[in-house]
Write a protein that binds this ligand. Structure first.
Ligand code: TPP
Ligand code: MG
Length: 503
């Protein structure tokens, strides 16, 4: 496939398939465009599975091609043949296919494209026997358009409008889908302001669908059945837009909703709609639905805008830098325009509190909980920023454990001289797993610590520059320098190995 490669096509080599898929995923998320990832056959596809799962939950329009042995030998299962390309990437792709004939390869690409972009967008998988590339295509397939978005009509939304007009204390839950649709943030903000109601972010969303700096914003819902339900004790109607109902993590049983509270979900995913354990679901384009509803609902008494509750500035710790203090300082020193990618599991709640996102398309994470996304995602976002007018600085916040899954990414950052500050939170442990153990009241678990890893040295080996900080009094100075560095830089911050509560 790489023979006589066209000059007008950017092809980035990654050193591991997990890196390739996450780089491509984030590039697609940041640009809104379809992306093509080319993997080695069965083994390479296997290496990539975790991030293919993430692409599925991130709703990333991604065409994955994977190599396959020559058709002539497939029956013999030669070395590196993919034994079952239809099944291998399932259930995390929307479509997988190995063309029946070489002549079908171009049309299979067009079908893959159409499947990937249609709502809900997602990855598709094409297995391509290597001898196909030498054949001629007798008749190129026709170029055609497939509208990727669903619609939303007043006719369909009338029951939602009626329910909102009747509700005394509605609340909104706005998901990542509104950050993916170009008109999403505005549509959500207008609806929220007309309803003058509280707005929550769903648990584990990869992107904020609503400004975290807005006076109506309440924070991220807890990722467990009972505590999530309790957040809605003062409401009578919950409208969930562009998110699953809900993404839970630890099992804390209870009612899905408080007694007497009803729920409506608007999603473009039939699967998400069928999976919800409570409430009525409407399948529609979430941004368009917001607009239709906003225009049709009766005006409510405007509420006086609350002051956004900003967390109090923390004191500079005496001994060790805490994650909370680190995020506070990053928020103070960050440039006006920035993008965040992150994979720092135990510190997510603090991050959300200390570095609120006020602009769309400015924060990208993995929606799956699979480790190995946040670091290569910074590369994909930085490539998109470099191509765009914006050229924003990418700040990538990483756990010391998460980083080790995809360290090869540092090579791409160095080769492309991308403008990324990697901040590595070195607590020398899998803190979130310790939090989990506490939640489960499990004792004496092995293998929760990560001694002896110097990630700056690893990154230096791949060509990145980097440095260290452990003294809270030096943090501001060191971080200021690191932020002004042109090109990739990794700052390893020794942090307090505190084990936060899981919920
Ligand atoms: C591919 C994969 N393997 C294992 C896990 C389980 N897991 C979740 S969080 C975590 C540790 C993360 O450690 P680190 O990045 O240091 O973050 P910390 O909890 O210390 O903040 C592990 C191993 C996972 N989610 N994904
Ligand atoms: Mg850690």
């Amino acid at each position: 496939m790489l023979k006589e490669f066209p000059d007008d096509f950017d092809y980035y080599l990654a050193l591991h398939e997990a890196v390739a898929v996450a780089m491509a995923d984030a590039y697609s998320q940041a640009t809104g465009n379809v992306v093509h990832v080319n993997l080695h056959t069965a083994a390479g596809s296997g290496n990539a599975m975790g991030n293919i799962q993430t692409a599925w939950f991130n709703r990333t329009p991604m065409i994955i091609t994977a190599g396959q042995q020559t058709r002539e030998m497939l029956l013999l299962e030669p070395l590196l043949a993919n034994k079952n390309p239809y099944l291998q990437a399932s259930p995390w792709v929307k479509w997988s296919y190995e063309p029946a004939r070489a002549e079908d390869v171009p049309a299979a690409f067009l079908r893959a494209y159409a499947a990937a972009v249609q709502a809900p967008a997602g990855p598709v998988y094409l297995s391509l026997p290597m001898d196909d590339m030498d054949k001629q295509c007798p008749l190129p397939p026709a170029h055609r358009k497939v509208d990727p978005r669903l619609s939303a009509s007043l006719d369909q939304m009338q029951p939602v409008v009626d329910a909102l007009d009747k509700a005394k204390h509605p609340a909104l839950v706005i998901g990542a889908a509104l950050d993916q649709l170009p008109d999403g943030w505005n549509a959500g903000i207008k609806l929220a302001e007309k309803l003058a109601c509280p707005v929550w972010a769903p648990p584990f969303e990869a992107r904020p669908g609503f400004p975290e700096t807005h006076a109506l914003y309440q924070g991220v819902l807890p990722a467990a059945i009972k505590p999530l339900s309790e957040k809605f004790s003062g409401n009578d109607l919950i409208l969930v837009i562009g998110a699953p109902v809900f993404k839970y993590y630890p099992h804390v049983p209870g009612d899905y909703l408080p007694k007497g509270v009803s729920l409506i979900q608007i999603t473009d995913s039939a699967e998400e709609a069928s999976r919800a354990p409570v409430g009525d679901s409407y399948i529609a384009d979430p941004a368009r639905a917001c607009k239709v509803i906003e225009q049709a609902i009766a005006a409510r008494k405007p509420v006086a805008p609350q002051a956004v509750s900003t967390a109090e500035a923390p004191k500079q710790p005496d001994d060790m830098i805490t994650a909370d203090y680190l995020f506070y300082v990053i928020n103070e020193l960050k440039p006006k325009d920035f993008v965040i990618t992150q994979e720092s599991f135990s510190n997510m709640a603090k991050l959300k509190k200390r570095i609120p996102i006020g602009k769309p398309r400015s924060y990208f994470a993995g929606a799956s909980g699979v480790l190995g996304y946040g670091l290569p995602a910074a590369i994909g976002v930085a490539l998109a920023e470099r191509e765009s007018e914006r050229k924003r600085k990418v700040i990538c916040l990483l756990g010391d454990g998460a980083t080790q899954y995809v360290v090869q990414s540092f090579w791409n950052a160095a080769q492309e001289r991308l403008n990324i500050l990697f901040v590595l939170l070195r607590n020398r442990e899998y803190a979130i797993l310790k939090s989990n153990s506490k939640q489960l009241k499990a004792k004496n678990l092995p293998s929760m610590d990560l001694p002896g890893i110097d990630t700056v040295k690893i990154a230096q080996g791949y060509g990145c520059e980097g440095g260290y900080v452990r003294d809270p009094r030096q943090l501001k100075e060191v971080l200021t320098k690191a932020l002004s560095h042109e090109g990739p830089y990794i700052l390893q911050v020794e942090i307090d190995p505190e084990v936060p509560k899981l919920l």
